[in-house]
Structures are given as structure tokens and as C-alpha cells.
Design a protein around this ligand. Structure first.
Ligand code: CP
Length: 313
């Protein structure tokens, strides 16, 4: 499946998953993002890499960060941007995803950014896309969120020198998390060896499904970690509630100051957002000196610019 991501010369044509993307390609993307990164308060330079191109955002699920950052990334590269409201699009009247693609291609859309609750939608669009068209996965079911994985490893790389030496603890609803799957893939590609996946047994993946050691004890997972990434409980992907009360969950798995003190002193705290303060993370930790959560958002724009720019260089 991942081969469809590459063109005949081995260059990324679509971004559907981090599976199958080698270290060199991944590192080149992160290096490009470094060059494009703009701090809050700075005026981003208007670039022209995508001048004359049109990027369409097709979000069938809610989003704040991913959708806004793809739009800003595309505009800062000079593209026109089409934000479709999928809840009031003709897909509601039964139009297929393929026909939606063909219809928008006929209006000269060049890049499709898609988020969908179902597995396989980004690949389906990529399979039917015209040769000049690019498809970007902005979140696929519980499976994959490649630009989030990229921005997370980008953020880690900015703070920690050698990824192969890091201990990374990911705590929360791993089972339903496309973020966890993508960031673990990115970390493994960059050489990470100590990845710890912690949560209640009902929210852990099956043994062997993902790289990493499974923990039901959050304290043990966080102990000595260089990076602590907290995840939201994804009630929208559960058949029935798999967790006890909020208070019990926070006590066993939430990141408060006591639990964070178990990590290395210079550990960074991450969260892909949206956060549920007081459920998986204490507000004073989310806003504290070790948190890089807002920096992740800043980095998301640079990473998405890097991916888009890569299609046109
Ligand atoms: N991290 C993430 O995907 O956030 P949004 O759902 O707000 O896009």
C-alpha cells in the first residue's frame, strides 16, 4: 500500500502513512521544516512554491490544529485554499469519495488534504487521483496521522540531540490513537529503542501491534523518561466506555507534578491536542516550564509547509 506514496523516481508523491518512509527522506523533511519554522510574533515570509496551485481541505471529522495549520501552510507557500464543509457537501446526498475527487480535480484542485473516520480513505483518493495530484492524510481512523507524527518527532529533535538514546513514554488511550501509531513509526525510523506505551489494559494495543513496551503502571512508564507524551481518551472511537471515572483515571494515568518528577529533570511534556485538562494532564503541567505543547502547534505549520513544498521542488 505504501508504495503508492512514491513516484517512479522514489520521491514522495502522496503522504498517506509514515510506514515505508526511510530515515533519509524523513530527515530531509524535518530539515526542510527547520528552515521554514517561524516563531509566534514573527511575520511569516510569503513564499511562492505553490503559486497557482490549489489545496483543498476535506475534513470529515472535527479538527482545529491540523485543518488550520494546513490552510496556513498552503497560504504561506502561495497556494489558493478551498475549505470544504463536508457536513454540507454532496457526499451527504450520497456522492462517492471518488466522484468528489473527480469533481474538484475538474476545478483544478492539485492537493487534497483529507481526514476521515474510516480506514483506507486517503489511499482510495490517492489511487484515483490524476497523475499531477497529491493526497495528504490528515488523520485516518485510529491508524495514521503522518503529519502529526512528523511534527512530534520534529519537536523532540529540536529539544533532544540523539533520538536513539531517548526514553519516550506515551501515556493514555494508545489503542485508539492514530497519533501514537504515527509518532512511534517516526521514532523507530529515527532510531529510537526505548518506547513505552502506558494505559489501562483496555486502552493498550495488542502485544506486537506497535513497537514499544506495554505498561499498565504509568509511574513505571514515566520513570526516567526524556519525553512524556500524553494522549486524550478517544470516546468517539469506543463502542462503550473502557475507562473508570475521570477522577480514578487521572489518579492512575494523568500527568501531574508528582508523576512528572519521576521523569528525567529535563524531560519535555507533549500532547498532540486537543487536551482534556484534569483528565489526562493537570493544567499546571500543561502550562508548565517542561511543556512543549504549544511549540508542537507552531511546528505543525512548518512541517506541513515542508511536506507541501516537497511536492513542488
Ligand atoms: N492533533 C490534532 O490532530 O488536532 P486536531 O484534531 O485539532 O486537528
Amino acid at each position: 500500500m505504501s508504495d503508492i506514496q512514491f513516484d517512479a523516481r522514489g520521491r514522495l508523491r502522496h503522504l498517506l502513512t509514515l510506514e515505508g518512509i526511510g530515515r533519509q527522506t524523513l530527515t530531509a523533511l524535518l530539515d526542510r521544516a527547520d528552515a521554514l519554522r517561524v516563531m509566534p510574533g514573527e511575520a511569516p515570509r510569503r513564499q511562492t512554491w505553490l503559486a497557482g496551485r490549489t489545496v483543498a481541505n476535506l475534513f470529515f471529522e472535527p479538527s482545529t490544529r491540523t485543518r488550520a495549520s494546513f490552510e496556513l501552510a498552503a497560504r504561506r507557500l502561495g497556494a489558493d485554499v478551498l475549505n470544504l464543509d463536508m457536513q454540507s457537501s454532496s457526499t451527504v446526498k450520497g456522492e462517492s469519495l471518488e466522484d468528489t475527487l473527480y469533481t474538484l480535480e475538474a476545478m483544478n484542485v492539485d492537493v487534497f488534504v483529507v481526514r476521515h473516520k474510516d480506514e483506507g480513505v486517503p489511499t482510495l483518493l490517492a489511487m484515483h487521483a490524476a497523475p499531477h495530484v497529491h493526497v495528504l492524510n490528515a488523520g485516518e481512523a485510529h491508524l495514521s496521522h503522518p503529519t502529526q507524527g512528523l511534527l512530534d518527532v520534529f519537536t523532540i529533535r529540536r529539544h533532544k540531540k540523539d533520538i536513539s538514546q531517548l526514553s519516550v513514554a506515551i501515556v493514555g488511550d494508545i489503542k485508539h490513537s492514530r497519533v501514537a501509531r504515527s509518532v512511534v513509526r517516526g521514532l523507530v525510523t529515527l532510531g529510537a529503542r526505548d518506547i513505552r506505551l502506558a494505559g489501562p489494559r483496555s486502552l493498550l494495543p495488542k502485544a506486537g501491534e506497535m513497537k514499544g513496551e506495554l505498561f499498565t503502571d504509568a509511574d513505571k512508564a514515566v520513570a526516567g523518561a526524556d519525553v512524556v507524551m500524553m494522549l486524550r481518551i478517544q470516546k468517539e472511537r469506543m463502542q462503550k466506555s473502557s475507562v473508570p471515572t475521570v477522577a480514578a483515571y487521572f489518579k492512575r494515568y494523568g500527568l501531574d507534578r508528582r508523576r512528572l518528577r519521576l521523569a528525567k529533570p529535563g524531560a519535555i511534556v507533549m500532547h498532540p491536542g486537543p487536551m482534556n485538562r484534569g483528565i489526562e494532564i493537570a493544567p499546571d503541567v500543561a502550562d508548565g516550564p517542561q511543556s512543549v505543547i504549544r511549540e508542537q502547534v507552531t511546528n505543525g505549520v512548518a512541517v506541513r509547509m515542508a511536506v507541501l513544498q516537497g511536492f513542488y521542488t
